[in-house]
Design a protein around this ligand. Structure first.
Ligand SMILES: Nc1nc2c(ncn2[C@@H]2O[C@H](COP(=O)(O)OP(=O)(O)OP(=O)(O)O)[C@@H](O)[C@H]2O)c(=O)[nH]1
Ligand SMILES: [Mg+2]
Length: 258
């Protein structure tokens, strides 16, 4: 594991960008984040992408002092990439109060970050940028993909008994305190990390909120979601349902987009 870290890491917010072959997207997403009026650190967790994503990030580090590049030697799954980023951030000097996760393929709009942060600062441990709560939208997906995703989210809500409309959104803002509490229990390899972090919220009686976002289908690069990863996700949901983790009251709030 190699780290290329900047000297200036003082900031209350860190944004984690897991990447595998996002050479066509990474510069654009970082440039939009850099234009936000909030001070953030950007942590890219790259699995030695053969398309040179890491090289582009290294070049961007010369221009922006708030970027850290964590390089893993092999493609090891979205779940372990996010968990690795969490571990790095919470153990850093002056750790940030808030940790944002988002896809690096420009599907999530960095301009929504201030709103997610605002809800986190008002006391929520997990704020989900949600495609399926009132006001949320998806642009550019074929109807079949949208239907599968919506049905999967509805089924997941039933199976795991949580009143959340978008379990699979990777656009989140967490409080660092919450991540420190759940980190020892995060063992997901791939996309099921998104449900595991919410399951832990339920177990720990954490406060969860959803706020609508517009999700735009990636315009460049390829999806990393493989059939094996979809199967692993389905097995995770079924296992979780069988364990039936009804633990009483669950704190989940919904906000509109303002
Ligand atoms: N480091 C790392 N990043 C990954 C891995 N798998 C996916 N990612 C990144 O995680 C984010 C989400 O992956 P996507 O391929 O966009 O998955 P998706 O959003 O479900 O699928 P799309 O419809 O193609 O957008 C992207 O930034 C990917 O580059 C992995 O194994 N390792
Ligand atoms: Mg994507």
């Amino acid at each position: 594991m190699k780290t290329h870290a900047p000297e200036n890491t003082d900031s209350s917010t860190a944004i984690l960008l897991p990447t595998y072959c996002e050479a066509e997207n990474i510069e654009k997403i970082i440039s939009v984040i850099e234009k936000l009026e909030i001070k953030t650190r950007i942590i890219v967790i790259d699995d030695s992408s053969p398309d040179g994503t890491g090289r582009i990030v290294k070049a961007l580090q010369r221009k922006h002092k708030n970027i850290t590049l964590l390089t893993r030697s092999l493609k090891s799954g979205l779940g372990t990439a996010i968990t690795y980023g969490f571990r790095y951030v919470v153990s850093s000097k002056n750790p940030p109060e808030y940790i944002i996760t988002m896809d690096a393929d420009c599907s999530h709009d960095p301009n929504d970050i201030p709103r997610l942060l605002q809800h986190a600062k008002s006391g929520y441990d997990v704020v989900i940028g949600s495609r399926y709560c009132q006001g949320g939208t998806v642009k550019g997906w074929p109807l079949t993909r949208l239907a599968i995703s919506k049905i999967a989210n509805k089924l997941t809500a039933k199976l795991v008994s949580l009143p959340i409309s978008d379990f699979t959104s990777g656009f989140r803002c967490y409080s660092r305190r919450y991540i420190e509490r759940i980190l020892p229990n995060l063992h997901s390899q791939t996309y099921e990390i998104q449900i595991e972090t919410l399951r832990q919220a339920h177990i720990n009686k954490a406060k969860v909120a959803e706020t609508p976002i517009t999700f735009t289908n990636r315009k460049k690069g390829k999806s990393k979601l493989t059939k094996t990863e979809i199967m692993s996700f389905i097995f995770y949901v079924l296992r979780t349902a069988i364990r039936n983790f009804r633990i009483g009251h669950f704190n989940c709030a919904f906000f509109d987009g303002e």
